[in-house]
Every structure is written in C-alpha cells, then in structure tokens.
Ligand binder design. Structure first.
Ligand code: FMN
Length: 367
C-alpha cells in the first residue's frame, strides 16, 4: 500500500501545507489560568518538527465570562494568553509547520470535576446541554451579538499573531452545535426554528463575522459533527438533501473547509453509499474537507476517555478513500498526542515503530 498521496502538498488561500496530515484539535488543560505555557509551545513545535502538515490547536475559548468550564483550558483573548499563543505559532513556523487555533465557546456544560466554575452561569440557546439537563441561562439577543463579536475578535487575533488559518468549533455538542440541535435549541426567536437551516442562523452569523474580520484570503475551517457526546447516533442531517441544506449556507457565509468529525472515518453517513461525512460534505458543497476518526487506531476516542488503549491499525481503507478523492485532508488525534513522530513513521513505512495510544499519554505533554 502506498501512502504517497498523504504526502502531497495542499494550498488554499492562506494555507500552504506540506502534506495532508492535520493534527486534530485536542484539549489538554495544561494552560493555567488560560495562559499557554512554554511547555505547551514546545508540545506543538515538536509536532511541526515531526512534519505534521497542519496543526489545529486544542479548543481555545473566546472572550465570554462563561465560555469555559475549566481554568486550565487556554484563552484566545487577553494580553498574557495571546503572548503565549505568539510563542506557539512562532515555534511552529520555525519548524516549517502551519497552524490554526480552534476557537471555542463551550455553551452549557456540566460542572468540571475540579470544582472550578466561571464567574457567571453557563450560557446557551436554551440553558440545555442535552435533553433534561439544564445547567445555565438562555442567551439574550445581546448575549448572542456579543458572542458573535467575540468570535470575530478571536479570529482577527489569530490572523494578526500570524496563524495560517482559523477553525471555528461547531461540533460535539458545544455552543454552536447546541444551536444546531433541536433538543438543545428550543428558542422561538430568529435563532430557533423547526428546521436545521433555521437553527443554523447563529453559526452563519459567527462565520460572517469571522470572515469580515479576517478578509477574503484567510482560510476559515468549521468543525461539525452529527453525533453529540450525549447522543452517539444523532443525525442533524438525516439525508443528503438535508445535509446540503445545512452546509451550503455555511459555505456561502464564508467557510473554506469543512472538518467533518466522526468517531470512525470508515462509517458511511447515509445508507446506499460508502461515502463518509467528509465525502458527502465535499460532494454536496464543492468545498475542501477534512476527515477524522480512528485513523490508524483500533479503538475510538470515546473509548480513550473511558481509559481504553488502542493499537495501531492499517491505513489501507483511508488511502482508498483519499485516492478516490473523497476528502482533501486527514486529521489524526490520539496517535499524534502520543507520538510527535507519527507522520514521519508513516511516510517512512516504519510501521513497527508506531506506538498506538494509552491513557497515560493524556497525563502529560509528550515530547
Ligand atoms: C484528549 C482529547 C481531547 C479532545 N479535545 C477536542 C477539542 O478540544 N476540540 C475538538 O473539536 N475535538 C476534540 N477531541 C476530538 C479529536 O479532535 C478527534 O476528533 C478525536 O480524537 C478522533 O480522532 P482520533 O481517533 O484520531 O483520536 C479531543 C480528543 C481527545 C482524545
């Protein structure tokens, strides 16, 4: 099996990357009081040195009092945190890498196990994180406008610090996704509605503001998922035509790349075709897409949170889909968290040196 097509360059607007491998965004909680440390910078720099084409940062929160549920998750606002991010991007560029921050508002959350709480209640479309679990306030129109502006400021800062692109976190049951999902968006104003395109209004306004702040030539990625941690098999879009009606307005608002989050990239999105989420998104929107989910590993990432290990597995099915043109880029999470040299080992065919993933890797910033 050849992995050559994984190592072809990719260019789109501000993005000029040496290969198709993307480090998936992974929360690490190693940034005390929201400030990325020198260790965090060294961790990302090491992945650039290991020849990852594009690094997406862990989710980093925008300037809203209750955008985070964890004091150790990095901020993407404020002088100190942005100085920390400047170190990160300078280190990545020094190694010839490219990087974008994943800008994030968590929305309605469970309280963190540390006991830390933001100074104001969590905020979301309707106070709900999942059916039957209310843990915050329903946002006013002013809250919504201020949040959209905060996403825009974060994107503008990403550009001025020298990042190569920005990723908006619209997946996994967090704020933007809480607007998408009818179970958590029960609003009866213009941000709610019976259909997914109606409930996409918040996302569209965020994307438009981000586009306005960064200009036409800066690449904007949005990460989306059909599943939620509270609903593994959920489908926001149940058919290709529902998916088209969801994605195309997001593309029109300014998205360049759809980052299509699945737990297992080989799972078909709809009956009757083996195309996965990224495959359908590319076919329906004509935009570039990123696939993700258990690439090169035997088990999925929810298993990892439950303490499960994963063994290395073949890339054959991934290469079949990439070579067929289903998607443009391939995001890899746990293998790169555990091993900065994963991309080089794949390129050089050093399969016996691949490490897989164990829970111990979550406890440190592996260099
Ligand atoms: C420790 C950890 C933290 C994660 N944090 C984020 C995050 O901040 N933002 C996000 O969009 N996804 C997050 N994810 C999901 C990953 O980006 C990725 O989609 C998932 O791990 C599947 O890829 P993998 O099977 O290659 O690990 C996280 C996953 C892990 C294992």
């Amino acid at each position: 099996m050849s992995t050559n097509s994984l190592f072809q360059p990719f260019q789109l607007k501000s993005l000029n990357i040496k290969n198709r491998i993307v480090m998936a965004p992974m929360t690490r909680s190693f940034s005390p009081n929201g400030v990325p440390t020198a260790d965090v910078a060294a961790y990302y720099r090491k992945r650039a040195e290991g020849e990852v084409g594009l690094i997406l940062s862990e989710g980093t929160v925008i300037e809203r009092v209750s955008s985070s549920n964890d004091a150790n998750i990095p901020h993407f606002y404020g002088k100190e945190a942005l100085a920390g991010w400047q170190n990160v991007i300078d280190g990545v560029h020094a190694e010839g890498g490219s990087m974008g921050p994943q800008i994030w508002h968590m929305g309605i959350m469970d309280n963190h196990q540390s006991g830390w709480l933001p100074a104001q209640p969590f905020e979301g479309p309707s106070g709900l994180n999942r059916p039957g679990f209310n843990n915050g306030k329903s946002m006013t129109e002013q809250d919504i406008a201020d949040t959209i502006a905060a996403f825009g400021r974060a994107a503008a800062d990403a550009k001025s610090l020298g990042f190569d692109c920005v990723e908006i976190h619209g997946a996994h049951g967090y704020l933007i996704d809480q607007f998408f999902w009818d179970a958590t968006n029960q609003r009866d104003d213009i941000y709610g509605g019976k259909t997914l395109p109606e409930r996409s209004r918040f996302a569209i306004e965020v994307i438009k503001e981000v586009r306005k702040q960064v200009g036409e030539d800066f690449a904007i990625i949005i990460r989306l998922s059909q599943f939620k941690p509270a609903a593994y098999t959920n489908q926001l879009a149940k058919t290709p035509s529902e998916m088209e009606a969801w994605l195309n307005p997001l593309a029109d608002a300014g998205v360049d790349i759809f980052h299509c989050s699945q737990r297992r990239f080989w799972e078909p999105e709809f009956a009757g075709s083996d195309l996965n989420f990224a495959g359908w998104a590319k076919k329906l929107s004509g935009k570039a897409t990123i696939t993700v989910g258990s690439v090169g590993l035997s088990g999925d990432f929810f298993g990892a949170f439950a303490g499960e290990s994963s063994e290395p597995s073949s890339l054959e099915e991934l290469m079949r889909r990439l070579d067929r043109g289903d998607f443009d880029l391939v995001a890899v999470g746990r293998p790169l968290l555990a091993d900065p040299h994963w991309a080089q080992k794949i390129r050089d065919g050093k399969n016996s040196e691949l490490k897989g993933f164990t829970k111990a890797a979550l406890g440190e910033l592996v260099l």
